[in-house]
Ligand binder design. Structure first.
Ligand code: FAD
Length: 638
């Protein structure tokens, strides 16, 4: 972590110096903003946290509720979301507070006594090597708190405007640079005289399943409206059920199904109770269900075990369909070549699905992380505005996959239990769960070739970094201080691109090596993307962070001797950044072997600001590299 670059920074390094332009700024919503975000759920807060680090961008976030969430809603945090939290700097805090899902168990009716359940499987939850991050469980509200903290400590000191709701929005593309006109209201204060009118460059609706922003675009969620309903309760219990601190999927003989999810802080447990069996057999109407009904159902399903609920922290009946809207921005497909998106929706505003796969919060945050860097690039004049079309294109595919997965998973998990037989020794729900482990970890997203995702021509140079997928971290050692670390740690949520140069086997100081030629090209050639797209008065690594990883033992190399590119002078004092060169870790796995990197040729791995691999190129593919960035970036005005 670097925090003395511009002079000694006393105190908590997570608290940034406030940007001078923000010192006198009114916390109220000004009449003109660059980005207005609606909704302080996981989608809205991910976007706000990212934008809050750019004082040049005037961002506001509004929320209808009077304050931040305290309990309830989602709790599953996938490995992929943890990787993203690492980029925001709070993964360690989450790891400490959350409950870790290490193993998952499966329970079915006991064939010798079908009224009772017995354990039929116990598996490792996340397969080895899938991610450096664990799968954890934490109250959604605490994730909100972390984002709010990032925003409050950022140079813009961004805080939400609560009790404020979006009423209406329109776009006039012929208007000045603020084409979105927005009407806001104060909750509980009605009448046009109480309304406020704001103009924005971009409006982002992170306002949940009943999104008003989506409505203003004339779009709706389509799909099954009524899915199976599940009762959910967060409870403090006494129990003799042995797997109470493991995630457990339980199917009973005739009483229905439950999912047990151990929660943070010890003692607390979330129990999802399938409502279909309850409502059919007990003839209960959903709106009449009480928490006592959920507790009684859980006890019937758990037989011969039982729970004694001492306290109910939160409970609800969660009933959602598998629904999706056709586009995540306001530009009709036929107008893509002539119109730039001005309104976006993200998270549950675009897609809804059951809670059973634990994806709601994760996919919503993933949507906004995808959109955030694109808005930053366009608003700061780094990229052409048509980059913004890629948000809907990329994320709609992810949402459709989620809905397809959830459909199937709901059918399997909600279906009746099947007793084990010789030809089917493993129950279907356990088999499906294992087969889709990568999916639920959030690690199967793969963006298709596009302006920002290259083709697979050079994939063979690094077979373990899939083009279009998130950068799969691996152990490395930093040269300057011999710190063992994860390669993924270098990609922080700062909107920069990473060029990770995996050097060929030659001595990096050999001036005739391909590594040396590439380093010269990147730092000195006028066609180099760095020179073309970085403003002359900005730090040399302000748009592209170039790092190198070497095959030699770190003690054989001298960081101080590396080309200037990997130790640029920057900041107010012109100090050198020595933290850009790495080597394989001699004590842990060798990154070159682990990620299938061609040792003779080396390669360049181009990583997007949201941690996805854009392309892989040979070390001498100078023109291809320049052409890739010219496709969507603008030359810097120098
Ligand atoms: P949300 O978290 O829904 O956030 C939207 C925000 O926008 C809200 O804070 C809302 O108040 C605000 N808003 C809405 N309209 C306006 C407006 N016009 N102006 C200003 N603000 C507005 N997932 C699970 O996995 N398990 C669960 O048990 C579970 N239970 C849930 C219970 C409830 C009551 C809800 C609403 C959701 C639940 N979810 C659950 C879903 C999960 O919380 C969502 O998938 C996730 O929060 C999606 O994040 P989001 O930011 O897209 O939307």
């Amino acid at each position: 972590m670097q925090f003395h670059l511009n002079g000694f920074h006393p105190g908590d390094p997570d608290i940034y110096k406030v940007d001078a332009s923000r010192l006198d700024e009114d916390k109220d919503i000004p009449e003109e903003v660059d980005v207005l975000i609606v909704g302080c759920g996981p989608a809205g807060l991910t976007l706000a946290a990212q934008l809050s680090h750019f004082p040049e961008i005037k961002t506001r976030i509004i929320e209808r509720k009077p304050g931040s969430l305290e309990k309830g809603q989602a709790d599953g945090i996938s490995c992929r979301s943890m990787e993203m939290f690492q980029a925001f700097g709070f993964a360690t805090k989450i790891k400490r507070e959350a409950h870790w899902i290490n193993e998952t168990t499966f329970w079915n009716p006991n064939p010798d006594n079908p009224d009772e359940i017995h354990r039929t499987g116990r598996i490792q939850d996340v397969e080895d090597g899938l991610s450096e991050m664990p799968h954890v469980i934490l109250n959604q509200a605490r994730v909100h708190d972390r984002y709010l903290e990032v925003m409050a400590n950022s140079p813009t000191r961004l805080t939400p405007n609560y009790s404020t709701e979006l009423i209406e929005a329109t776009v006039d593309d012929s208007a000045n640079e603020f084409p979105v006109s927005i009407t806001l209201g104060r909750v509980g204060e009605e009448g046009p005289d109480k309304q406020k009118h704001v103009r924005a460059k971009y409006l982002v609706g992170c306002d949940g399943a009943r999104s008003a922003v989506r409505r203003t675009m004339g779009k709706e969620l389509r799909g099954d409206k009524a899915n199976q309903a599940w009762g959910v309760m967060d409870v403090l219990i006494d129990t003799n059920f042995p797997d109470i601190r493991l995630k457990s999927l339980i199917k009973s003989g005739g009483e229905g199904n439950i999912i047990i999810i151990p929660r943070e802080g010890g003692h607390l447990v979330r129990i999802y109770v399938e409502m279909d069996a309850l409502s059919k057999e007990q003839e209960v109407v959903l709106s009449d269900v009480k928490v006592e009904d959920l507790i009684a159902a859980a006890n019937r399903i758990l037989n011969p075990y039982s729970i004694d609920v001492k306290s109910v922290a939160w409970w609800s009946i969660y009933e959602v369909g598998h629904r999706l809207t056709d586009k995540f921005d306001n530009v009709p497909v036929e107008k893509i070549s002539e119109q730039i998106p001005r309104i976006f929706i993200s998270g549950d505003a675009c897609h809804t699905h059951s809670a059973k796969a634990g994806q709601g919060m994760n996919v919503s945050m993933g949507d906004s992380f995808n959109l955030g860097w694109k808005l930053v690039s366009v608003l700061l004049g780094r990229s052409k505005p048509d980059l913004l079309h890629s948000y809907s294109e990329e994320r709609k595919v992810v949402a459709q996959d989620l809905i397809d997965f959830d459909h199937e998973w709901s059918r399997i998990i909600g279906g009746p239990a099947q007793l084990a037989s010789a030809d089917k020794p493993t129950p279907e729900f356990q088999k499906y769960f294992v087969e889709h482990g990568r999916y639920t970890a959030g690690l199967s997203v793969k963006y298709k070739p596009s302006l920002i995702t290259g083709a697979s021509d050079w994939q063979h140079l690094a077979t373990g970094f899939d083009i279009g997928m998130r950068l799969h971290s691996a152990p490395v050692v930093r040269l300057i201080d011999a710190k063992p670390m994860e390669l993924g740690e270098i990609v922080t949520a700062d909107g920069r691109w990473r060029l990770i140069i995996f050097a060929d086997a030659a001595d990096p100081l050999d001036q005739t090596s391909r590594f040396a030629a590439l380093s010269d090209y990147l730092s000195m050639n006028q066609d180099s993307p760095i020179l073309r797209h970085t403003p002359g008065d900005a730090d040399f690594d302000s748009i592209f962070d170039v790092c190198a990883v070497f095959q030699q033992h770190h003690r054989e190399l001298d960081a101080m001797q590396m080309p200037e590119l990997y130790r640029p002078r920057k900041g107010a004092l012109g100090l050198r950044d020595h933290e850009k060169t790495f080597s394989r870790d001699p004590k842990r796995s060798d990154v070159f072997s682990l990620r299938g990197i061609d040792r003779d040729q080396g390669c360049m791995v181009v990583v997007r600001p949201d941690q996805y691999v854009s392309t892989i190129l040979p070390l001498d593919a100078f023109d291809d590299l320049a052409g890739f960035f010219d496709g969507f970036m603008l030359a810097a005005k120098n």
